[in-house]
Design a protein around this ligand. Structure first.
Ligand code: FER
Length: 303
């Protein structure tokens, strides 16, 4: 009997070691295999089910919104810049819409979300099914420097991602609010992004809670400020945030950044969603996270 128990313990122990090794080896090689070893914690589980089949496929039997590339004069950067704007089906100046500002990663530009998720397809489908409120989605270029193309060593542009704070607040948002029919207050502005854009989302969104009430950071990168700097006053943040969602793939070598922030929020009693799925630092994670986030913003109840 005792022998049997020992054998079982050895078997289970061996299995645990194997699982841990598998997690460590699970980081993809190549340019997206960022970061260090992955140590999963008990809280690192999905908050949501996988999106249903077809959530990302264009349906011909429903009304579609429009996507247009617009230009604006950026006083911050001193050049004319571009951003992509989705307006929902039936967009009309008789109504006013909430706006989601959606930010890209280190190797991307204003077109990157198009390659990773087709936000217009997700939104058209969710709006048709009554699962998301009609909203405008703005996809700007988060690299606030004169040459804002993702060229050469993209890591050298990291400071331009920080400089985007001014471009967003002083140029992008005023442009959108002067050209589109929008509800221009914090409860009708959301900010979300992937990787570098996730870091920007937390750095800018939490610093400017008078501007944004809905915040979604997917696979946040090392540009994310330390938790105490992001949320120096947990009670104030708690009172203002309508939704704070953090997500990351369990095979993402950058997960320690989101894990650390989740732990700080939990410790300081700041409500948030922490969603960890089976993906890596990759487009499926960002597409799925966007799908989950947009259903929960601009709604009355806290989710
Ligand atoms: C880093 C690793 C990854 C970093 C940024 C990234 C600024 C960004 C990745 C992405 O946007 O996909 O060390 O430092």
């Amino acid at each position: 009997m005792f022998q049997g128990r020992r054998a079982w313990a050895a078997l289970v122990g061996g299995w645990l070691v194997c699982m841990a090794a598998t997690e460590l080896l699970a980081q993809p090689p190549g340019p997206r295999g960022f970061g260090g070893p992955i140590e999963l914690k008990p809280d690192d589980v999905p908050a949501f089910e996988e999106p249903p089949r077809g959530f990302d496929l264009r349906r011909n039997d429903i009304p579609h919104g429009k996507v247009e590339m617009i230009s604006y004069e950026s006083k911050t950067v001193g050049i004319t810049r571009k951003m992509l704007v989705y307006t929902p089906p039936g967009y009309s100046t008789e109504k006013k819409y909430p706006v989601l500002y959606l930010l890209h990663g280190i190797g991307g530009d204003e077109t990157e979300w198009q390659r990773f998720a087709k936000p217009e397809v997700l939104l058209d489908n969710l709006i048709a099914d009554g699962k998301a409120v009609p909203m405008i989605v703005v996809m700007p270029n988060g690299r606030a420097q004169k040459n804002d193309r993702a060229e050469g060593d993209v890591f050298r542009s990291a400071p331009a991602f920080a400089a985007f704070e001014d471009d967003l607040l002083k140029d992008v948002i005023p442009t959108i609010e002067s050209r589109y029919s929008v509800q221009a207050d914090r409860e009708h502005r959301a900010i979300a992004g992937l990787s570098m854009g996730g870091g920007q989302t937390l750095n800018f969104g939490l610093k400017h809670l008078d501007t944004f009430a809905w915040i979604g950071a997917f696979s946040s990168a090392p540009n994310t400020k330390p938790p105490k700097e992001l949320v120096p006053d947990p009670a104030a943040a708690k009172a203002k945030i309508k939704l704070l969602m953090l997500s990351c793939g369990k095979r993402d070598g950058l997960i320690r950044i989101s894990q650390g922030f989740h732990a700080y929020l939990k410790e300081n009693d700041v409500p948030h969603i922490w969603h960890v799925d089976d993906n890596a630092h990759d487009p499926p994670h960002w597409k799925n996270s966007l799908y989950h986030f947009v259903q929960r913003i601009f709604r009355d109840e806290k989710s």
